[in-house]
Design a protein around this ligand. Structure first.
Ligand code: SAM
Ligand code: DTB
Ligand code: SF4
Length: 352
């Protein structure tokens, strides 16, 4: 079978037609595409940590961390590097392959960059993939992060261009596209998606998917978040999205961006196991794992392990999961193994 070709010329009409397919037809098509590019029983696992919490100058209406709304959130300064590294180690021990660090900034300040770059280097040296989401990036900042070894940068478009102004007024859609361009040109992988359930209509969901799929390169990672409604934010009382419409969005993301990891992101705490299983069937193959997202709750790690087991899902292993230390250890184990074989000539020993 020839693999579905990657396209960058999707129209809203096409995306909308996919979203409106009979549910079973859509699931069948999404699963067929998924199997051309991925092992259907593997899901990538990332853990999130908020490295700077609250008091954000932006006014994103969904966000508990915006300083414009009173959500009762406790603010925190930039975390110390040792604390971040300890959290990353714990995430790795629990089975995460990627560690994502998020800061409630409009963009990183000059004084914070050296700390952030050090965090990237130290977390990476543990053998984890690294991801950061720090707000808007200039070209020079993106290059610095890439040089430090940052693998992924997360920056979401959140919704369609048409609905965007209803959700955020302190930065434009074009600002977001510019950051994505800077990240891509610096050579990092792009993590970019959006939020469903903010009162958007079908055309807005189609519009977001078209924006993502028509980028010059599809984002390697596409987080699809279900709005987590937080008291004190303007979207606290918005109507619930039909859960099937959420699953449909995942399926259409899978069809339009067949090579990307589609992440079933925020909102799993309010989804039952059956709904999550439908999302995996629709082609989601990545999750956030660990009890906390940035500031809100995520399912218990034990519950996710059990769900994976019940569904026969394995956590995806990263291709090069080895730190320098692990490589040296693996090499000395190999030498030790050879030492025990009679054909091995050991120049470090005197001949018998
Ligand atoms: N300040 C940076 C930025 O906005 O780019 C990084 C952190 S921000 C919290 C990262 C993303 O989290 C947002 O773009 C949004 O898509 C998602 N997010 C924030 N609050 C959310 C909520 N209540 N429900 C679902 N997703 C949310
Ligand atoms: C993304 O798309 N979702 C994550 C991550 N990227 C940074 C964040 C979800 C945040 C949910 C609200 C909170 O916990 O504060
Ligand atoms: Fe700030 Fe990011 Fe929250 Fe917007 S989404 S208010 S930029 S932390």
């Amino acid at each position: 079978m020839t693999a579905t070709a990657l396209r960058h010329d999707w129209t809203i009409k096409e995306a909308r037609a996919l979203l409106e397919l009979p549910f079973n037809d859509l699931m069948f098509r999404a699963q067929a595409v998924h199997r051309q590019y991925f092992d259907p029983n593997e899901v990538q696992v990332s853990t999130l940590l908020s490295i700077k919490t609250g008091a954000c100058p932006e006014d994103c209406k969904y966000c508990p961390q915006s300083g414009h709304y009173n959500t009762g959130l406790e603010k925190e300064k930039l975390l110390e590097i040792e604390r971040v590294v300890a959290e990353a180690k714990a995430a790795k021990d629990k089975g995460a392959s990627r560690f994502c660090m998020g800061a409630a900034w409009r963009s990183p300040a000059k004084k914070d960059m050296p700390y952030v770059l050090d965090m990237v280097r130290q977390v990476k040296s543990l053998g984890l993939e690294t991801c950061m989401t720090l707000g808007m990036l200039r070209e020079d900042q993106a290059l610095e992060l890439a040089d430090a070894g940052l693998d992924y940068y997360n920056h979401n478009l959140d919704t369609s261009e048409k609905y965007y102004n209803h959700i955020i007024t302190t930065r434009t859609y074009q600002d977001r596209l510019d950051t994505l361009d800077n990240v891509r040109r610096a050579g990092m992988k792009v993590c970019c998606g959006g939020i469903m359930g903010m009162g958007e209509d079908l055309d807005d969901r189609a519009g977001l998917l078209v924006q993502l799929a028509n980028l010059p390169h599809h984002p390697e990672s596409v987080p699809v978040n279900m709005l987590v409604k937080v008291e004190g934010t303007p979207l606290d009382n918005v109507d619930d999205l039909d859960p099937f419409d959420f699953v449909r969005t995942i399926a259409v993301a899978r069809i339009m961006m067949p090579e990307s990891h589609v992440r079933l992101s925020a909102g799993r705490e309010n989804m039952n196991d059956q709904m999550q299983a439908l999302c995996f069937l629709a082609g989601a193959n990545s999750i956030f794992y660990g009890e906390k997202l940035l500031t809100t709750n995520n399912p218990e790690a034990d519950h996710d392990r059990e769900l994976f087991q019940r569904l026969g899902i394995r956590p995806e292993q990263r291709e090069q999961a080895h730190t320098e230390e692990e490589q040296v250890e693996a090499l000395s184990e190999a030498v030790e193994y050879e030492r025990t074989r009679h054909m091995f000539y050991d120049a470090t020993r005197e001949s018998a």
